[in-house]
Design a protein around this ligand. Structure first.
Ligand SMILES: *[C@@H]1O[C@H](CO)[C@@H](O)[C@H](O)[C@H]1NC(C)=O
Ligand SMILES: *[C@@H]1O[C@H](CO)[C@@H](O)[C@H](O)[C@H]1NC(C)=O
Ligand SMILES: *[C@@H]1O[C@H](CO)[C@@H](O)[C@H](O)[C@H]1NC(C)=O
Length: 302
C-alpha cells in the first residue's frame, strides 16, 4: 500500500485514488518519549510513554504491550492507541521487553507473582510512576496487548488486579499457561502454544489467585479475542483463557448470558459471560486478531 501510495504521488494522482481506498492512518501528533528512572526496574524493561498535547484532567492510562519481535515504537506506530490518546486525552505507556527476540517473560515464577521482581513488576512500577507524575486517574488504568503482549495482559490482570480496571487480550494464552517447570525466564512453552495445556475453570482460576495470595479486592474486567485459524497460539488457548476468567468471576463457561453471531463484524462471535468477561472468537482469522481501537475505547469506557 505504501508502495502504491508512493507511485501515486510520483504520477501526481489524486490522494484518494481508487488504488488506495483506505483512508490513511492518521499519525499521532506527539513523539514517543523514553522514560528512565521510573522507579525500581527489576527486569530492566524499557519504558516509553505517549503524552498527548491536550491531556485530560486526571488522565486515564492505557498500558499497550507489544508482540514478540516487537518494540515500543513499533506498537506505538502500528496500533491506534496514540491517535486515540490525541482525541481523548489519556496517556499510553508502551513497555519494551529486555530480551533478545523481545517476547515477554510470562514463564518465570518472578513474572507470575505480584511484586515478584519480573517484567510484570517493572510494568506495574511504570504505571505507579505515570499516575504520580501526571496525576492520573487510578480508577481508569487499562492494559492491552497482542500475542506475547496479550499473554502479558492476562498476567498483569492476574498479578496486579488492584491496578487495572479492564484488560483486552488479542490472541494470547491464559495467565500461567506459559509457566516454566524449570523456572526459565522468557521461556517458550510448546505444550501451551499448541493447545495441550488444558485445565478446569477452577484450576485455571487458582493459577490466577495463587499469583497474588490473599488478595480479596476487585479484579479487572476482561475481553478476550482469538482467531480460529491461529497456527502460532492454538485456538484452544481461547477456550482455556475464557475458562480461567469464568472461574475467577464465578460465571458458567457453558452458559454465556448472550451470544451474538457476526458481531462486532462478519464471522466474529461475541460471548458475554457477565459484566466482567467478554470473549470474541474470530472465525477464519489467524495470528493475531487485528486491534479494534474504537471498540476498545467502549470496553474501557473512554
Ligand atoms: C508448560 O506449561 C504448563 C502449564 O500450562 C506446565 O504444566 C508445563 O510444565 C510447562 N512446560 C514446561 C516445559 O515448562
Ligand atoms: C481482605 O484482605 C484484607 C487485607 O488482608 C483484610 O484486612 C480484610 O479483612 C479482607 N476482607 C475480606 C472480606 O476477607
Ligand atoms: C472454543 O470456543 C469456541 C467459541 O465458543 C468454540 O467454537 C470451540 O468449539 C471451542 N473449542 C473447544 C475445543 O472447546
Amino acid at each position: 500500500m505504501k508502495f502504491l501510495t508512493t507511485i501515486s504521488a510520483l504520477l501526481g494522482l489524486a490522494a484518494a485514488s481508487p488504488l488506495d481506498p483506505e483512508p490513511p492512518l492518521k499519525r499521532a501528533t506527539q513523539a514517543l518519549q523514553q522514560v528512565t528512572g521510573f522507579g525500581t526496574n527489576p527486569s530492566n524493561t524499557k519504558m516509553y510513554i505517549y503524552v498527548p498535547a491536550t491531556l485530560a484532567a486526571s488522565p486515564p492510562i492505557i498500558v499497550a504491550i507489544h508482540y514478540c519481535t516487537g518494540t515500543a515504537n513499533g506498537y506505538y506506530s502500528g496500533s491506534p492507541y496514540a491517535q486515540l490518546a490525541d482525541q481523548k486525552g489519556f496517556i499510553v505507556i508502551y513497555p519494551e521487553s529486555p530480551y533478545s527476540g523481545t517476547c515477554w517473560d510470562v514463564s518465570s515464577k518472578s513474572a507470575l507473582s505480584h511484586d515478584g521482581g519480573g517484567d510484570s513488576n517493572s510494568i506495574a512500577n511504570m504505571v505507579t510512576y505515570a499516575l504520580d507524575k501526571y496525576q492520573g486517574d487510578a480508577t481508569k488504568v487499562f492494559v492491552t496487548g497482542s500475542s506475547s503482549g496479550a499473554m502479558m495482559t492476562n498476567v498483569m490482570a492476574a498479578t496486579y488486579p488492584e491496578m487495572f480496571a479492564a484488560g483486552i487480550a488479542y490472541s494470547g494464552v491464559a495467565a500461567g499457561c506459559f509457566m516454566s517447570a524449570s523456572n526459565a525466564v522468557d521461556g517458550w512453552n510448546n505444550s501451551c502454544a499448541t493447545g495441550q495445556s488444558t485445565a478446569t475453570a477452577a484450576k485455571w482460576a487458582s493459577v490466577v489467585t495463587d499469583m497474588y495470595p490473599g488478595y480479596n479486592g476487585t479484579r479487572p474486567k476482561m475481553q478476550i479475542y482469538h482467531g480460529s485459524a491461529d497456527t502460532t497460539l492454538a485456538p484452544r488457548n481461547y477456550n482455556e483463557t475464557i475458562k480461567q476468567w469464568v472461574g475467577v468471576f464465578g460465571y458458567d463457561e457453558n452458559a454465556p448470558v448472550t451470544t451474538q453471531a457476526n458481531s462486532p463484524q462478519n464471522g466474529y462471535t461475541t460471548y458475554t459471560y457477565g459484566d466482567h468477561l467478554v470473549g470474541i472468537y474470530a472465525q477464519g482469522v489467524g495470528h493475531t486478531v487485528p486491534i479494534r481501537g474504537a471498540d476498545d475505547m467502549k470496553f474501557f469506557g473512554l
